[in-house]
Design a protein around this ligand. Structure first.
Ligand SMILES: NC(=O)c1ccc[n+]([C@@H]2O[C@H](COP(=O)([O-])OP(=O)(O)OC[C@H]3O[C@@H](n4cnc5c(N)ncnc54)[C@H](O)[C@@H]3O)[C@@H](O)[C@H]2O)c1
Length: 440
């Protein structure tokens, strides 16, 4: 394929060299003549292990050229890969002016160059851009700029996951190859371009592809800060955090795994809130600030508030709460966010009826009983024996149990409004009118 790579920084040069090394005809373009000169001389304009060699090989082999002219780069090109910078604005937003300028340059060039033999040009954004950028900025610029030219065009987001310092290795072994597009021809073109990676190309909604990169980077940043906060505290209490974290990472079931990474309801129960508070108290006693860990309690409280706000914003008066304990298959109500939710809704005057397949107030003992009595003293009166009983007359069902009896009652009772806190109710219930998930 004939490919123009717009922007020859870290991402652009690695992309251009790797794609050219695999037989595609690549023309890199940059507004910075010094970078273009470097590539023409067979050197990488950015320091990256192995990149000089790859650039030299591709330039000598005639598959990689560089230019400052978008027109030269776009001549007969099947695809443009936009790799320009997206720095922060002074207020922390994303400066999309380089993307806008690059797309305008592509549009201007496409109006005058020889069209590709394939008859189709795809504009693929590799820069990290906020969700909505392709639909709100790129596609309108292409559509309006090329209206009436007869050029067949499509746009996509194909995020890059390389890390500087291991850029080439990462390019060839990306965690995933994701293309966000609504145009099957663009999906096919990217699949053909990157076929040499030998990886499946995941075609997704454009905004998913745009959001994925930010989500990955936010998680990576959170991981670094988590390890550093643990270390900040443990050092003060004489514990070797490297050994703790090394053991921590051996747990691939709960720690380094997809566990706890499904968007859903708040955490709770007898351990997580209590132990987090203990850790934060220990930090305070030792003069350590743990802002990341402290803010997890605040963000958890927000999850409960958001559900309360949704119910308040609806025209509901009667609420069925299906599931009361902090997770399925236990009757432990200590610090259950569902108990907190029930208390808040009752406090706001809602008529709340509760069903939980496991909780039996007559069998609650000890701290569990004391906790629920302090929060919901009339639990016995609020508890229904069957889910259908709780649902009777309810305007809204808030569901955190995917127990079969609950699902059947929802399918029969068909509440007007259903808020799914579990994300596990299954397609039958999720397709009911009035269904609403949390975070999806
Ligand atoms: N650096 C990384 O490790 C990395 C990894 C993944 C994704 N990203 C994302 O990729 C994008 C590029 O990052 P980078 O580090 O390669 O940036 P960079 O600043 O190193 O390179 C951007 C290049 O684009 C050029 N440019 C700007 N406007 C242009 C135009 N209109 N036409 C042609 N060239 C133009 C600049 O001169 C510069 O050489 C950013 O959105 C970044 O967030 C970066």
């Amino acid at each position: 394929m004939k490919v123009a790579v717009v922007g020859l920084g870290y991402v652009g040069t690695v992309t251009a060299a790797c794609v050219a090394a695999n037989g595609h005809d690549v023309r890199g373009v940059d507004v910075d003549a010094a970078k273009v000169d470097e590539i023409r001389a067979g050197r990488s304009p950015v320091a990256e292990p192995g990149l000089d060699e790859l650039v030299a090989q591709a330039v000598t082999g005639g598959t990689l050229h560089a230019t400052t002219s978008c027109i030269d780069a776009l001549d007969e090109a099947d695809m443009s890969l936009v790799c320009v910078g997206t720095p922060s604005t002074v207020r922390g937003g994303t400066d999309l002016s380089y993307v806008r300028r690059a797309v305008d340059d592509i549009v201007a060039a496409l109006r005058i160059v020889t069209p590709p033999a394939s008859g189709q040009h795809s504009v693929v954004i590799r820069s990290t851009v906020p969700p909505g950028t392709v639909e709100d900025l790129v596609t309108p610029a292409l559509t309006s700029g090329l209206a009436g030219t007869g050029i067949s065009l499509g746009a996509a987001m194909c995020p890059e996951f390389l890390r500087e310092g291991t850029g080439i290795a990462d390019f060839f072994a990306s965690p995933f190859v994701v293309v966000g597009t609504s145009d099957p021809r663009v999906a096919e073109a990217v699949t053909n371009l990157l076929g040499f990676l030998g990886q499946p190309v995941r075609v997704v909604d454009i905004r998913i592809a745009e959001a994925l990169k930010y989500t990955c980077n936010a998680f990576h940043a959170t991981k670094v800060s988590f390890a550093n906060e643990v270390s900040r505290l443990l050092r003060l209490v004489g514990v070797d955090s490297r050994e703790v974290m090394s053991l921590f990472c051996e747990d691939n079931v709960l720690n380094i795994s997809p566990a706890y990474l499904r968007p859903g309801f708040a955490f709770g129960g007898s351990c997580l809130p209590k132990d987090l508070r203990s850790l934060l108290h220990l930090a305070r006693m030792n003069g350590a600030d743990l802002p990341l860990l402290a803010s997890t309690l605040a963000t958890n409280a927000l999850v409960i508030s958001e559900v309360v706000d949704r119910v308040v914003a609806s025209d509901a008066r009667a609420v069925a709460l299906l599931g009361l304990s902090f997770k399925m298959n236990t009757d432990d109500l200590r610090e259950s966010p569902n108990v907190e939710l029930a208390e808040r809704l009752i406090g706001k005057g809602f008529d709340v009826h509760i069903f939980d397949p496991v909780v039996n107030p007559a069998r609650l003992v000890g701290a569990n009983r004391r906790h629920v009595e302090s929060k919901l003293p009339h639990l016995g009166r609020l508890l229904a024996h069957e889910p259908s009983e709780a649902l009777r007359g309810a305007d809204v069902a808030i569901v955190s149990s995917s127990d079969r009896a609950v699902l059947d009652a929802l399918l029969t009772g068909r509440p007007r409004h259903l808020i799914d806190l579990s994300g596990r109710l299954g397609s039958e219930v999720e397709s009911l009118p009035g269904y609403e998930g949390l975070g999806w």
